[in-house]
Design a binder for this molecule. Structure first.
Ligand code: COA
Length: 325
């Protein structure tokens, strides 16, 4: 028997040129490098230039992922782009990327799950590819969170950054007695009762404005580790694996303390955890593919490695994806 699985062909990413260090933020609001580093692990983040859009960042990440995969844009028949900061209310940022890649066949759409967006997009693309309806997917996480931050609110503006990451997944037939490769399992959850803890106070229907991000940081922190570890435990149960089998843990990069506490609870050693939050801040849906790209390009993640992706964000939404590279 053979079965279709979604195998990773390549990853890519792109960051805006402008780097904003904590010291610069300390000139905007009442904060300090010491406070930010101690509470979050963040030292700097990238900020999009005026006029630089989410689709600009996504396009460059997609081109890098295609180059890494050795594929042309025309080989792609599915684009799933996760973002909470689309270029426009509509059409989808994914169709802007599709057009700029010169693709006129297949389908492109956006997906909204805030910081869990990339994991949700991987799960969605995986289900399309496994069904046989599509052959090769670009899965993208891209954000310009700087546009929805209240730059006078020190409790939120120090945490986020801009960027994009992309992954090419391909449907490949595998014998069911072979060691499975690609996306092995995905587990998604949401619970809208938590909306007041992390939300944007505007939107097209509610206010006719874009709005600003609002957060009860302590409340988010309180729930994060439990939710993250639950969906990872689900992934272990579905695949008969444990933390000891993982080669790499690539969590959503929200906060160093949440990452460390999750890894600790799951007994994943620190040297197997990919950390980029210090340089990127929280780039929401872009954070996992940005971190993957760093770890693939520096040679840490290699073919055959077992990689756990995990994220939690507004909604709340949360999810895991276990991938054999
Ligand atoms: N600089 C200096 N002081 C700050 C500050 C900043 N940037 N932001 C908040 N403070 C102050 C608060 O006003 C508060 O002062 P007070 O005690 O006089 O009222 C004090 O620091 C402690 O605030 P608190 O919110 O309890 O801090 P914390 O230890 O919980 O850390 C976060 C705050 C936001 C770093 C932390 O709660 C967190 O990481 N939460 C999760 C956020 C997250 O990851 N969200 C995205 C999920 S996808």
């Amino acid at each position: 028997m053979v079965m279709l699985r979604s195998v990773v062909r390549g990853v890519g990413s792109h960051l805006p040129e402008r780097v904003m260090a904590n010291a610069e933020l300390a000139r905007l609001v009442d904060t300090s490098d010491e406070w930010i580093v101690q509470r979050t692990g963040i030292r700097e983040r990238h900020i999009a230039a005026e006029g630089e859009t989410t689709s600009d960042l996504a396009l460059k990440a997609a081109e890098a992922a295609l180059a890494a995969a050795g594929l042309a844009a025309g080989d792609i028949d599915l684009i799933v782009l996760a973002t909470s900061t689309p270029d426009r209310t509509f059409p989808a940022t994914a169709t802007a990327v599709q057009m700029r890649l010169g693709i006129t066949h297949g389908v492109a759409f956006d997906l909204q799950a805030v910081c869990s967006g990339f994991v949700f997009a991987v799960a969605t693309a995986d289900k399309f590819l496994r069904s046989g309806s599509h052959r090769r997917a670009l899965v993208i996480g891209a954000e310009t969170f700087s546009r929805i931050l209240d730059w006078t609110d020190r409790t939120t503006c120090v945490l986020f950054g801009d960027g994009a990451g992309a992954m090419v997944l391909e449907a490949v037939e595998q014998a069911d007695d072979a060691v499975p490769r690609g996306v092995l399992t995905t587990h998604l959850r949401s619970d809208g009762r938590h909306t007041p803890k992390l939300y944007v106070d505007g939107g097209p229907s509610l206010t006719g404005t874009v709005g600003h991000l609002r957060m009860e940081g302590r409340e988010v922190f309180k729930h994060a580790v439990g939710m993250i570890t639950d969906v990872i435990t689900d992934a272990y149960a579905a695949t008969g694996t444990t933390s000891a089998d993982l080669d790499w843990f690539v969590p959503h990069q929200a906060n160093r303390r949440i990452i460390d506490a999750s890894a600790d609870k799951l007994k994943i050693p620190a040297d197997k955890v990919v950390i980029t939050v210090d340089r990127h801040g929280n780039t929401s849906a872009a954070s996992i593919p940005l971190a993957l790209d760093v770890a693939v390009r520096d040679g840490r993640i290699r073919p055959g490695h077992l990689v756990m992706l995990e994220a939690m964000g507004g909604g709340f939404t949360w999810g895991s994806a276990l991938v054999r590279w």
